[in-house]
Design a protein around this ligand. Structure first.
Ligand SMILES: NC(=O)C1=CN([C@@H]2O[C@H](COP(=O)(O)OP(=O)(O)OC[C@H]3O[C@@H](n4cnc5c(N)ncnc54)[C@H](O)[C@@H]3O)[C@@H](O)[C@H]2O)C=CC1
Ligand SMILES: CC(=O)[C@H](N)C(=O)O
Length: 374
């Protein structure tokens, strides 16, 4: 009976909150009302990150060995110091990554292990990059549901319990065929048709809910398709826009898996990572929302090929449409309206299509020259 009485007291506190406070202080079990390891102690606080801690955050990046995580770690280590940024993943890191700063194994489905990492390393900022992307997710819905939704729940609970500032990326894929597509504003119908999109809308809503309910410092950007030279994409619909550069340099030929007229929002990786840091550092009073669109450019495969052919006139592009990816792309935004990010916290992209092409070609051709010389 005492157990039941205690339980009912916790339930009451959870549901009613304390008088005069719109968000619930951390006196409740975040995930479930039970005697689980997720029960938060009464002296914990969602607002416990002190100023000096946010000036010099201790950072954890999950899913850090994908297309974006290694670049994010590099940028954050430059700013906050090598040992203050821990990269984690479930894959074995290449030796260059392993020797460039702290790396640990972390499966986001293992809640206790995550908690241990956060506690032992006194983590204050968490960048949650683990996910299955759109095309891979459609090929393995059960795994995508588990990693993208169950994994996110673990991350939210850990972040809330330990007063972390939490960044979770969302995507153009969080919109669907009934959303306005040209342009797509921050707030509109979101009815995606992929497990990836559904999981990202869920992440946006859960993060915002934890923010309003518990005061979690949740920040989220909806990224366009990201283009990078030194890392490969992990199985998405926008992957063609990276692959074309590699194939152009290697063989002078590229077979595109989307129709030539498929228009999608895109961004160079340096802009994406800078936006991520900028929104994490934005003063709270500049953020009227917790989830923002960001954008840089928007093009079709045909436009990208034509622009690339200005530099490489011999490039041959053919099309062999993958129907799964095409259906996904046809349901996504063609242009992204990111005016709120620009107005509120000063977002501004540096790379348009010509700069993107020049930067990618410079990087990849110098890599090829080095490889040939060795
Ligand atoms: N790359 C892009 O164009 C875009 C990416 N994003 C988002 O940015 C984030 C990072 O994207 P990418 O680096 O491109 O993804 P990616 O697919 O290249 O990498 C994801 C990483 O998550 C890891 N992972 C999978 N299951 C895991 C688990 N159980 N525990 C821990 N890690 C696990 C994988 O090993 C992989 O290294 C994702 O959340 C993605 O949705 C959003 C929009 C565009
Ligand atoms: C735009 C994304 O979220 C990703 N690159 C994908 O195509 O799945």
């Amino acid at each position: 009976m005492p157990v039941l009485r205690a339980l009912s007291k916790v339930v009451k506190q959870t549901l009613l909150g304390s008088p005069g406070c719109s968000c619930q202080p951390l006196t409740v079990a975040v995930r479930n009302i039970s005697f689980s390891p997720r029960q938060v102690t009464s002296d914990a606080s969602f607002h416990s990150v002190s100023f000096s801690e946010t000036d010099h955050p201790k950072v954890l990046i999950t899913g850090g060995l994908g297309q974006l995580g290694v670049g994010l770690a590099k940028m954050l280590r430059k700013k906050f110091g090598k040992n203050n940024v821990i990269l984690s993943d479930i894959r074995k890191p290449p030796s260059s990554v392993f020797h460039s700063g702290p790396f640990i194994y972390s499966d986001i489905l293992d809640y206790k292990n995550l908690r241990e990492i956060v506690v032992n390393n006194r983590i204050t900022w968490l960048f949650h990059y683990s996910a299955l992307l759109s095309a891979v997710g459609e090929a393995n819905v059960a795994l995508a549901r588990s990693v993208n939704i169950t994994g996110l729940h673990n991350i939210l609970d850990i972040a809330a319990e330990h007063g972390l500032r939490l960044f979770v990326p969302s995507t153009i894929g969080a919109f669907g065929p009934t959303s306005p597509r040209n342009p797509t504003p921050d707030l509109c119908v979101q009815r995606p048709r992929t497990i990836y999109g559904v999981s990202k809308v869920h992440a946006e809503l859960m993060g915002e809910y934890y923010h309003h309910r518990y005061g979690l410092d949740f920040r989220c950007l909806r990224y366009p398709g990201i283009i990078s030279a030194d890392s490969m994409p992990g199985g998405g619909t926008t992957d063609y826009a990276v692959q074309i550069f590699h194939d152009a340099i290697k063989s002078g030929k590229f077979e595109c898996n989307l129709r030539p007229d498929t228009r999608l929002p895109m961004m160079y990786i340096d802009d994406c990572l800078r936006a991520t840091l900028e929104v994490m550092e934005a003063p709270v009073d500049t953020l009227s929302m917790r989830t923002y669109n960001i954008n840089a450019m928007s093009f079709t495969p045909e436009e990208l090929a034509q622009e690339l052919q200005k530099q490489m006139p011999e490039l041959e592009v053919t099309y062999d449409v993958d129907h799964v990816r095409q259906a996904i792309a046809d349901s996504w935004p063609m242009n992204f309206d990111d005016s709120n990010a620009r107005k509120e916290w000063g977002w501004k992209h540096d790379y348009d299509l010509p700069e993107l092409i020049q930067t990618m070609l410079n990087y990849l051709s110098s890599e090829t020259r080095v490889a040939r010389a060795n």
